[in-house]
Ligand binder design. Structure first.
Ligand code: BTN
Length: 270
């Protein structure tokens, strides 16, 4: 496995034009990794805040809830190391803030509007185009994380031969135009820039309205597992700490802080 090159991905000219001198930390690009998240989680102690690891393809891409993430060479698979000064209980702010950061990058670079399906999926034309996996190294004796790794997987272009049968009905991509290939580096820079903007200091706690504005689940009927069974409810709100408020059929309010909800495909359109 050959490490290809280190910092920065872009030419100085483009970089300065877009970021006005706001430089990210190291960017390390690999042709192939098992998983950019696994790589950074294993080596987190060695790297600075905002180190970015990118793989052109992953052989064991990880998703949430122990799922795999299909990672052929037509997507963006990147992980960012963060050392936020937050409590473990505040880790729930990271994934939604990254969802806002990536959504804005998509909108700016590709000129398309995307929505967010609670909690970590970015949706375009009713299909998932991006998933986010946040992992943290926790010291059991401390109530602050040692470091956090945010993994972002974006289906930028359609894979050759299309998506595998298991995901072809739910996975989408951002673009089918080969002309958009030149936007790849701009897209990466924009994500890094936005993560720095939204995921550090007080800014981490100020992304709620941007998140809710893009939510595709607000007011919709969804199902979720509870006490070993499937429950249906209407999404009534998203709390400041990004828990989902659900109005159940007997008019009770349920609050879930993690997990997954299912929603009818036609309700996913922005
Ligand atoms: C999900 O949708 O469940 C989350 C998917 C996260 C995938 C990204 S790709 C880059 C990083 N490395 C991984 O192994 N996973 C994340």
């Amino acid at each position: 496995m050959e490490e290809e090159y280190r910092i920065p991905l872009t030419s100085e000219d483009i970089f300065n034009a877009v970021y006005e001198g706001d430089k990210p930390g190291d960017v390390i690009v690999f042709d192939e990794l098992e998983s950019t998240n696994s790589y950074l989680m294993a080596k987190g102690e060695e790297f600075n805040n905002f180190t970015v690891v990118i793989a052109k393809r992953q052989t064991k891409g990880k998703g949430r809830l122990s799922r795999s993430f299909y990672s052929p060479e037509c997507g963006l698979y990147m992980s960012v190391l963060l050392r936020p000064d937050i409590l473990n209980t505040q880790l729930t702010y990271i994934t939604p803030s990254v969802a806002v950061a990536v959504s804005q990058a998509i909108e700016k670079v590709f000129g398309i509007a995307v929505g967010i399906k609670w909690v970590n999926d970015i949706i375009y034309r009713g299909k998932k185009v991006c998933g986010i996996l946040t992992e943290a190294s926790i010291d059991p004796l401390e109530n602050k994380p040692r470091y956090v790794v945010v993994g972002i997987g974006v289906n930028v272009f359609t894979p050759e031969g299309g998506f595998p049968d298991e995901i072809k009905d739910i996975a989408g991509c951002l673009s089918d135009s080969s002309a958009d290939r030149v936007k790849f580096i701009h897209f990466i820079c924009e994500i890094i820039h936005n993560i720095r903007k939204y995921c550090q200091g007080e800014a981490l706690f100020n992304n709620h309205s941007e998140y809710v504005r893009r939510s595709v689940v607000m007011g919709k009927r969804v199902s979720y597992s509870k006490n070993g069974g499937l429950t249906c409810a209407r999404v009534a709100g998203i709390t400041d700490a990004y828990s989902l408020l659900l109005e159940t059929d007997n008019s009770g309010i349920d609050e879930i802080a993690s997990g997954e909800i299912s929603i009818r495909a036609q309700d996913l359109y922005v």
